[in-house]
Design a protein around this ligand. Structure first.
Ligand code: FAD
Length: 557
C-alpha cells in the first residue's frame, strides 16, 4: 500500500531510524561533497524521456509515491563507489545503482525496495574512456548514452558503428547490464537492430565494485598489463581464464559495474525494407518462413514483425483521433484505418535490413522476396517507396547504428501515457508463437487494453514484446494493468513461456516461474547473495533476489 511521504521528509529504508538516516546522510555528504548527496524530499515530477526523474518510476504503475528512493548519491569515480558501499554496510542502508535511469517500462530510476538510496552513476561518471579503432572496441563509464558514444565515434572519423536500442537516450552500460538486448536472439551474430544488436553478447570485460567495496575486473582485465596498465586484451577477449563470472553481474545484485568494454561494428553498406501481409492468420506461416532465413543468416539483423496497429500508433496521432469510445479498438476499425495509411490494408508488417556489398545484399533480398512471396498478397517495399515521415526511415537509422527517438511516438496513444512491456520468449515456431499471441490478445481484451504486439525474430527464439500503454492518472487503468500482467505471466508460464526481463513490480513473480527443481536456481542465487553481500545492502529484491536479512519479511510482491 502507498504511504505518502510527509512533506519535506524523505521516506526511510526498512530498519533504519530517522536519527541513523540523518547521521548517515551527513556522513556521506562529508565523504563525497554536499552537492553529491541529495535527500528525496521534494515533490515528485514525472518529467519526460529526456528529462526523466531519478527519484521514482516516472511510468508509475502503482501510486507515484510507492517506488521511491530516500536519497540520491552521485559518485565521481570507482573509488567513490567503493566508499558508498562501505558506508552502506556500516549503516545497513540499502542502495540501488542506476546508470542513467531511463529504464522506462521496467521501473525507470526507481529502486526495487522503497527507501533505498539510489546511486546515480551516470551524472558524473560519463566518459568514453577509450576507442580502439584498430580492434573496433570501446570502454565506457555508466553515464555514456548511445547519443554520446555515437558522437565520440563520429569525432574519431573512423568507419565504425555503434548499436542503439529504439531510444538512444539510455546508458550503453545500463542497457547491457539489464540485458536489454534489443529484443535479443540466440546466436552470436545477427541479432538486434544491427548485427551487433545483442549487447550482452558484444560486451567484453567489466570493472565491478563488490558489495564489500573491493574492485574486481572480469575477463582479461584481471591480469594487469605492463607497469600495472589496463590489460591490452581486456576489450578483445571475453572468456579469459577460469569460470566466466560476467553473467552473474547482469540482471542481479552482486556488484556495481563501473566500466564496461563493448565491441563496435565496422561500418558497412545496408538496405532496409518492409513487407506487409494481408491476413491475421498469415502469422504462423510468416514465422515458419523467417526461421530458416534467420538460421542461414540470410536475414542480416533481428527483424521486427509488427502488428498493423503499430503503423497507426507510430503516426504519433492519439487514439482519440481515430476512436473516441472506451474499450478495445475494434479489429475492423484498425483495418479500415490501415487502408488510409502507406502500409495499406494489411494485418502484419515485417521490417528488416540486409548488410554488405551490393551483390551480397541483392542476392539476400532476392531470396527474402521469393520466400515471403509464398504468402498471397504480401507486398515488398523499400524506403524510397514510402513517405518521408513513415516509420521505416527511423528503422533505416536504428538498423545502421544512428541514434533516434522516433519510437517515443507511440506513447502519444493515450493522454498522460505510461507503459510497460510484457516480453515472453518462444521458439521460432508458428505454433508456439500463436499460443502466446492468443493468450496475450485474449487477456488484453479481458482487461480492456489495445494490444500492440511486436515480434523480434531470431533463428531459434523470438521475443514477443507487448507494449502495454495506460493513463498514469487513472488508478483503475493501473489496477487493470497489474491484474493483466500477473495473469499473462502465470498463463504463459504454464505453457512454458517465460519473460526475459520485467518491471520491478513483477520481478518476484517472474523469478518464481523459473522454478525448476524446487526453485533451485533462486536458492543458488540466494546462496551467492548471502555470501557476496552478507549485510544485504545492494539492490535488495532486484530480479527477485532478496538477501537473508530482508527475505520473507513481506517485501516480496
Ligand atoms: P538504467 O536504468 O541505468 O539501468 C537499468 C537497470 O540496470 C537499473 O535499474 C539497475 O537495476 C541496473 N544497473 C544499471 N547500471 C548498473 C550498474 N552500473 N551496476 C549494476 N547494475 C546496474 N530497451 C531495450 O533494451 N531495447 C529497446 O529497443 C527499447 N525500446 C524502448 C522503447 C520505448 C518507447 C521505451 C520507453 C523504452 C524502451 N526500452 C528498450 C527500455 C529502456 O528504455 C532501455 O532498456 C534503456 O536503455 C534502459 O535505461 P538505462 O540505459 O538508462 O539503464
Amino acid at each position: 500500500p502507498s504511504i505518502p511521504r510527509q512533506q519535506q521528509v524523505p521516506i526511510l529504508p526498512p530498519d533504519v531510524t530517522r536519527e541513523t538516516f540523518t547521521t548517515a546522510i551527513s556522513e556521506l555528504q562529508n565523504l563525497l561533497g554536499n552537492g553529491n548527496v541529495e535527500v528525496n524530499d521534494k515533490p515528485l515530477v514525472d518529467g519526460w524521456y529526456m528529462e526523466h526523474p531519478n527519484t521514482h518510476d516516472a511510468f508509475h504503475l502503482v501510486d507515484q509515491e510507492d517506488l521511491v528512493s530516500s536519497a540520491i548519491v552521485y559518485p565521481g569515480s570507482t573509488e567513490e563507489v567503493s566508499i558508498i558501499l562501505k558506508w552502506a554496510n556500516q549503516h545497513l542502508i540499502p542502495i540501488y545503482p542506476i546508470s542513467m535511469g531511463r529504464n522506462l517500462g521496467y521501473g525507470g530510476a526507481a529502486p526495487r525496495l522503497r527507501g533505498s538510496v539510489v546511486v546515480d552513476l551516470g551524472r558524473r561518471m560519463n566518459k568514453v574512456l577509450n576507442i580502439d579503432g584498430d580492434a573496433a572496441t570501446c570502454l565506457v563509464e555508466p553515464g555514456v548514452s548511445y547519443f554520446k558514444l555515437y558522437e565520440e565515434v563520429q569525432k574519431t572519423g573512423l568507419p565504425l558503428w555503434i548499436d542503439t536500442p529504439d531510444l538512444s537516450g539510455g546508458s550503453v552500460l545500463g542497457n547491457c547490464i539489464d540485458r536489454g538486448v534489443i529484443m535479443g536472439a540466440d546466436c552470436g551474430w545477427g541479432k538486434g537492430y544491427t548485427p551487433y544488436g545483442d549487447h550482452w553478447a558484444n560486451h567484453c570485460g567489466m570493472e565491478v565494485v563488490l558489495p564489500n567495496g573491493e574492485v574486481l575486473r572480469t575477463g582479461m582485465g584481471a591480469l594487469p598489463g605492463r607497469d600495472d596498465a589496463d590489460n591490452p586484451t581486456w576489450q578483445a577477449f571475453q572468456h579469459a581464464y577460469g569460470p566466466s563470472v560476467d553473467g552473474i553481474f547482469s540482471q542481479s545484485n552482486f556488484g556495481i559495474v563501473t566500466k564496461m568494454g563493448m565491441w563496435l561494428m565496422p561500418a558497412t553498406e545496408h538496405q532496409s525494407y518492409c513487407i506487409s501481409f494481408p491476413k491475421d492468420d498469415d502469422f504462423e506461416q510468416i514465422v515458419e518462413i523467417i526461421r530458416p532465413l534467420a538460421l542461414q543468416r540470410i536475414l542480416g539483423n533481428i527483424p521486427q514483425l509488427r502488428n498493423v496497429i503499430q503503423e497507426i500508433a507510430t503516426t504519433a496521432k492519439p487514439r482519440s483521433h481515430w476512436f473516441k469510445e472506451k474499450g478495445v479498438m475494434p479489429r475492423e476499425l484498425i483495418r479500415e484505418i490501415a487502408k488510409t495509411l502507406p502500409c495499406g490494408d494489411c494485418a502484419w508488417v515485417f521490417y528488416g535490413t540486409v548488410y554488405g556489398p551490393e551483390e551480397t545484399r541483392n542476392r539476400q533480398l532476392e531470396i527474402i522476396k521469393k520466400e515471403f512471396a509464398k504468402i498471397p498478397g504480401s507486398v515488398f517495399k523499400l524506403p524510397q517507396d514510402l513517405p518521408d515521415d513513415h516509420y521505416i526511415h527511423s528503422r533505416v537509422k536504428i538498423n545502421s547504428g544512428t541514434p533516434e527517438l522516433k519510437e517515443l511516438d507511440w506513447l502519444n496513444w493515450l493522454p498522460n501515457a505510461g507503459h510497460t512491456f510484457f516480453a515472453p520468449i518462444t521458439p521460432t515456431k508458428g505454433k508456439d508463437a500463436n499460443i502466446v499471441y492468443d493468450i496475450v490478445t485474449r487477456l488484453h481484451h479481458k482487461w480492456g487494453f489495445d494490444c500492440f504486439p511486436t515480434w523480434c525474430v531470431a533463428g531459434r527464439e523470438m521475443h514477443f514484446i507487448a507494449n502495454v500503454i495506460y493513463d498514469r492518472g487513472d488508478p483503475d487503468a493501473k489496477r487493470r494493468v497489474n491484474g493483466m500482467m500477473h495473469e499473462m505471466i502465470q498463463t504463459c508460464a504454464k505453457e512454458g513461456y517465460g519473460e526475459y526481463r520485467t518491471h520491478l513490480l513483477y520481478q518476484d513473480v517472474v523469478a518464481k516461474t523459473y522454478g525448476y527443481g524446487n526453485q533451485v536456481l533462486m536458492r543458488f542465487n540466494e546462496m551467492l547473495k548471502d555470501t557476496i553481500d552478507p549485510n544485504g545492502i545492494l539492490a535488495p529484491g532486484r530480479n527477485g533476489i532478496w538477501p537473508k536479512r530482508l527475505r520473507g519479511r513481506g517485501f516480496e510482491l
